[in-house]
Design a protein around this ligand. Structure first.
Ligand code: AMP
Length: 212
């Protein structure tokens, strides 16, 4: 099953994808995670994308498309995948449709106020990448990762100015993909406003989802 997760930042795509990876037995491919790992490890890719990511703007298409092509060429991604955070522009969508078209595009819908509340309250573990939320998904001990004991931080791009830039990039460059995939008959929609478990149940209830 080849799935694209579309939706604004903060809609919970990553949270759904983390669980679905196990339930549907396909790898979760998050371009944001790949870029963040590259920045953390100080690789040449990381050095190229650090400033643009922290500002909340998008990494250039060519670079992102090449990266995804290479990742989807991996042995574990032959049968299927969940793409979270890609495509984010029309050129990225055109490239994906040409080299490995998705079976379904799941659009996670969320209003602007909820987006800002979710992103500004998000806390991330820099050691293992797990995300929490001060109000909706607090860790057992404040400021400490439940999984690995790391100290939780606010990502640079979850700070208020960067959130505004990410939202602007979403509206201008990514939101048009909703109509793009609807026109191709691939779009299904999930209401991302309830709590995480309800959103996940709605996702699993989509018609035609299957393992592998
Ligand atoms: P995310 O975790 O998906 O919100 O991504 C974090 C940041 O990584 C974004 O704000 C962009 O700077 C960059 N990024 C992730 N995916 C893409 C993409 N498909 N195209 C361009 N930039 C991306």
């Amino acid at each position: 099953m080849k799935l694209v997760f579309l939706g604004p930042p903060g809609a919970g795509k990553g949270t759904v994808a983390e669980k679905a990876e196990t339930d549907l037995a396909v790898p979760h491919v998050s371009t944001g995670e790949i870029f963040r790992a590259a920045v953390k490890n100080g690789t040449p890719l990381g050095k190229r994308v650090k400033a643009v990511m922290e500002s909340g703007a998008l990494v250039p298409d060519e670079l992102t498309i090449e990266l995804v092509k290479e990742r989807l060429g991996g042995q574990d991604a032959k049968a299927g995948w969940i793409l979270d955070g890609f495509p984010r522009t029309v050129p990225q969508a055109d490239a994906l449709v040409a080299f490995d078209p998705p079976d379904k595009v799941v659009n996670f819908e969320l209003g602007d106020e909820a987006i800002v509340e979710r992103l500004s309250g998000r806390r991330t573990c820099p050691a293992c990448s797990r995300s929490f939320h001060v109000k909706f998904m607090p860790p057992a001990k404040e400021g400490v990762c439940d999984s690995c004991g790391g100290s939780l931080i606010t990502r640079e791009d979850d700070k208020v100015e960067a959130i505004q830039r990410r939202l602007a990039a979403y509206r201008a460059q990514t939101a048009p993909l909703i109509e793009y995939f609807r026109a191709k008959g691939r779009l299904v929609t999930v209401d991302a406003s309830p709590e995480a478990e309800t959103v996940y149940a709605a996702f699993l209830g989509l018609p035609g989802l299957k393992k592998g």
